[in-house]
Structures are given as C-alpha cells and as structure tokens.
Design a protein around this ligand. Structure first.
Ligand SMILES: [Fe+2]
Length: 390
C-alpha cells in the first residue's frame, strides 16, 4: 500500500561546498588547496592568531612567508580591513583565501574576495530592507577568489553566503552573495578545543540561535528544518558538556557538527528578529556578536511565543528537556547561558539603555525583521524587548 506523504511546495538552494570534519583535519589544508588548483593563498585571521603556533604551523605546512598572512580580522570586521586585505591580496597575486578563526575572519575573507573582484566597490553590493519592506540585494557578477575556511568557533559565518562588515561609525552593513561563500570548510575540533570557554560558549549561543530562528523563520522549509533540528541537539549536548567541564574529543566533534548544521540551516531559512537586534546592538554596545546573542535569545523567544509556540516546543524536545514545553526551551537556554558564565542581562554587560530608542529605529529596518514569524510593526515594540533584556 502506498504511503501518502505531503510536503509544502518550496525552493531550496543547496549550499555548494566541500566539508572536511575531523580531529586534526587542518592538516588536509595543503591537499584541499591542490584540489582547488590554488598555489598562492592569503591567510586571513586576527592579529593574535597571526602570531599563534597554529597559524605558524599552517604557514610551515604550506611554505608561506610573512606576506602570506593578513592579520586584519577585528571584532565585527571593519570595511577598512576588507579594503586593506583586498589590496594585500591583489598585490600578492593571491589565488585563494584561507579564513582562519571565528566569524570575523570568515566575514572579512568574504569582504576581501568581494573587494578584489570589484576593485574595492564594496558599498555597491549592500543588502538592505527598502522602505516598502522588500529586500534589495545587488550581487557582483565577477569571479571571486575561492575561500577555504578553518573555523575555530561555531559562528556559522564559514557556511553562509551572507556576511557583515562595520562602517567607520561602527554600524553594521550586510551583504549576501552565494559566490562568496567558502568553497571548502575544514572543521578541526582540535582547534576549537583550545578556545577559552567564555568565547566558545558565546559562539555556541549564536549557533543555538541560528537553529532556533531557522525553525521558525518565515523562510523556514523542510530541508533547513532537518539541519536546524540536528544542530540544536548537537549544540545543546556539547555545550552543556563543555560548560560542566567535559574536554573530550567527542564533545568538540559534536560541537563542530552542530555549528556546521546550524550554519547550513540559515543559508535558506535566514535569521529573524533575534539576529536583526544583535546585528545592530553588538557593535553599538562594543560587545561580541555571541555575548549579545546569548542575552537576547531568551527574550526574543518569549516575544515569538505567541506565534511560534509549536516550533519553540520542538526546541525544548531537541534540547532534551523533561518538560517539553516552549517555556521549558526558554528556561533551558537561560540555564545553559548561566552555566557557561555568560551575562544574563544587558546591564550586566555594561550596555547603556540610553541607546535603545535610536537603536530600535535602526533595527526596524534590518532585513531579518521581515523573516520574523511575529510581525514587528514599530520601533517601540523592539525597544520594549531591549528594555526587558536590560
Ligand atoms: Fe549569528
């Protein structure tokens, strides 16, 4: 007897990349470059990573000299760094980019690839929400340098075609171009193992937010949902274990897999109000994306309860909560954040509430607001969420 299946109509863009995941996987970098036919890479990383034993070892592996490293990845990836990196890559005659580090390194590598392709005209390709609410996203048609990403956190930036840079005033500018997404992803849990708990936990809360928002976004679809559900189970189990002192290989491997799945989940499903808030709040407050993500996630889940109760209840089940209720999911997120020693409130992180009215106006124009399941019609609604998180 045939089984009747039903699925909604949808379109899904499969991300085009090669994935290498495993303890010590960074040692495959030379072979991966050869597969791409690349001979002259530029390593993009933070100033601290540029002098780290890990990057030095990679440079030895590839026989790279000092010109082969651009240590310009700062928190929130400034536009100026992307332009400078673009000049460095062009002068070097680079044929590929290696993004080593957290989300800022991956975002900066995408910015550099765009700057190289378009001779510095980054601002012609900004993703914006127009006054009528639609999304404007001009994309560059020119060929790009391929990127190999070696993420040390679970930011998801290594997977997504979207990225953000910050302008001189500290405002975040968004971009989205599938041709800028990394061609090869090398997840080496051994690299993640060396990252301090505070940084990894904040990054983990960001990945957890990707999983949640991918489940309830207006662009959610059955395939993204598979990745989102897998990500939430992997991330919660591994982050809980790490926050309570576990250091085993298996835990970090599961964290890496969870981070990857969460990244894939948002490629099509996108992120919603939570990330819209964090994109503006983090640079304005001088905080990392992850810290702000951790503080805002329970608050935005509460806001979305009214229309996404079923999806947030699914989150509770995936987090293994005995009380599989939407409220149970929110409590579990709060508990994990506290266990990892992350701040619970914006005032604990030194944020002044005086910035909220202006910020709320900017957040209202963020593209992510359009993907939120609960309609957001005014800045005071966003201000109320910020005040509740303060
Ligand atoms: Fe994020």
């Amino acid at each position: 007897m045939a089984i009747a299946l039903s699925a909604p109509n949808f379109v899904y863009n499969n991300p085009a990349h090669r994935l290498v995941l495993g303890w010590g996987a960074r040692n495959s970098l030379k072979a991966e470059l050869a597969l791409l036919g690349a001979k002259r890479p530029l390593v993009v990383c933070s100033p601290r990573a540029a002098v780290s034993p890990e990057v030095r070892a990679l440079c030895d592996l590839l026989a790279l000299d000092a010109d082969g490293i651009y240590g310009g990845a700062m928190m929130h990836a400034p536009v100026a760094s992307a332009l400078e990196g673009g000049r460095r890559a062009t002068m070097r005659g680079a044929d590929s980019l290696i993004a080593f580090g957290g989300g800022s390194a991956s975002d900066l590598a995408k910015g550099i690839a765009l700057a190289c392709a378009e001779e510095g005209r980054l601002l012609d390709f900004v993703l914006e929400r127009t006054p009528d609410g639609s999304i404007s996203s001009p994309t560059s048609k020119r060929p790009k340098l391929p990127i190999i990403a070696l993420p040390t956190t679970v930011s998801g930036a290594e997977v997504t075609p979207g990225f953000s840079l910050t302008d001189e005033g500290g405002g975040k500018i968004l971009f989205r171009d599938a041709t800028l997404a990394a061609a090869v992803l090398i997840y080496d849990p051994e690299l993640m193992h060396g990252v301090p708990l505070a940084i990894m936990a904040a990054s983990g809360m960001n990945a957890l937010a990707h999983g949640c928002e991918a489940l309830y976004s207006r662009h959610s679809n059955p395939v993204s949902g598979i990745y989102a559900r897998e990500s939430l189970s992997c991330l919660y189990r591994s982050l809980y274990a790490i926050a309570t002192g576990a250091r085993g290989r298996g835990v970090y491997s599961e964290l890496a897999l969870g981070g990857y799945c969460a990244g894939v989940a948002i490629v099509n499903a996108r992120t919603a109000l939570h990330h819209a808030i964090c994109h503006k709040l983090a640079p304005a407050a001088g905080l990392s994306h992850g810290i702000v993500n951790a503080i805002m996630l329970p608050r935005v889940l509460e806001f979305n309860l009214a229309v996404a109760r079923a999806e947030i209840t699914t989150v509770a089940r995936l987090l293994g909560q005995p009380q599989a209720t939407a409220e149970g999911a929110i409590a579990a997120v709060r508990e994990l954040s506290a266990l990892a020693g992350l701040p619970a409130r914006l005032k604990d992180a030194g944020v002044s509430s005086a910035i909220f009215p202006g910020l709320a106006q900017q957040i209202l124009r963020e593209p992510g607001v359009a993907f939120n399941p609960r309609a957001v019609g005014s800045a005071p609604e966003i201000e109320a969420i910020l005040n509740a998180a303060w």
